[in-house]
Design a binder for this molecule. Sequence first.
Ligand SMILES: Cc1ncc(COP(=O)(O)O)c(C=O)c1O
Length: 354
Amino acid sequence: MSTILLNPGPVTLSRRVREAMLRPDLCHREPEFSDLQSGIRRKLLAVYGLDPGEWAAVLLTGSGTSAVEAMLGSLVPADGELVVVENGAYGERMSQIAVAHRIACTPVRHGWEDAVDPSRLRAALARVSLPAHRIALVHHETTSGRLNDLAVAGPGGRTSLLLDAVSSFGAEQIDFTGLAACASTANKCLHGVPGVSFVLLRRSLLEGSDPRRGLYLDLAAHCRAQDAGDTLFTPAVQACYALDEALTELDGAGGWTVRRARYRALMEHVRGRLIELAVEPLLPEGDCSCVLSAFRLPHGLSYERLHDGLKRNGFVIYAGQGRLAAGIFRIAVMGEITDPDMERLLGALSAVLG
Ligand SMILES: Cc1ncc(COP(=O)(O)O)c(C=O)c1O
């Protein structure tokens, strides 16, 4: 029996996605790759029913952070300021990216267990003095499991909100009417493998200034090449095969709403059993994504003992990050997790924690 991954990506693969990586060897300058790439771009837009005339999906070779970095580096105008909402490690990472690219940046800091305070964001926006601005927000802050509300960006968010949807795309509701762009990756809620990430953006954003803060992650250049059926650099071909199959699988299973319902059902089982075992969730259920919940480590139990006990039973869980590392553990329910897997997990949790 293979190990089930309960970390927030990479995920346990379905057989069909794993087998897709064995499709024929392929040169990325051949028409077959061009067709594969165009198909993936189309399918990514179709996940949320986006109009290809208005939106583009741009593929990148790299992990989720590369897509976030490409989005921030390419879509904050040269005369613009980035207001970054921070309530976890990934919000803070966006500020680090802004600093690395010398983008004028104002962090709106919150505690890692806190909800975003819209009044503090409004106050930061009121202080922006440069001609243009963008807001950066993490949708599902995987640090705590909190699902941030996109409405905090306010009605003006439409052309200014840059969303890190790395751990929500494909399983949570995303209101694209309020978005300029979002960044995500193949190997989380879409159930592909690491190696391909992507940015979905309004095409109109590429028409104005191109700030050119880098070469490899220049979204405008990637978009131009991909629109022409080409690719700038050598892509992760086998990871593209897997993503293509994973997107077909998602669509065939009923799309993101069905995936969200599945994750919710799985997460309810996990939260329910842990609460029975006197393990306290970090956040109330209503504040959490369907994807991942964090739990406080019971008094006297180290993360290592819990992790190793579950791993012996075939499950890999995830530690807390940074300042939460000593106090919590996390469980994600992405990937190919069957009902019998969940039964075994509930048994393993009782055996290790009971
Ligand atoms: C919300 C969020 N943003 C960014 C990242 C970074 O992704 P990667 O590790 O694929 O670069 C993660 C990874 O878990 C994440 O959860």
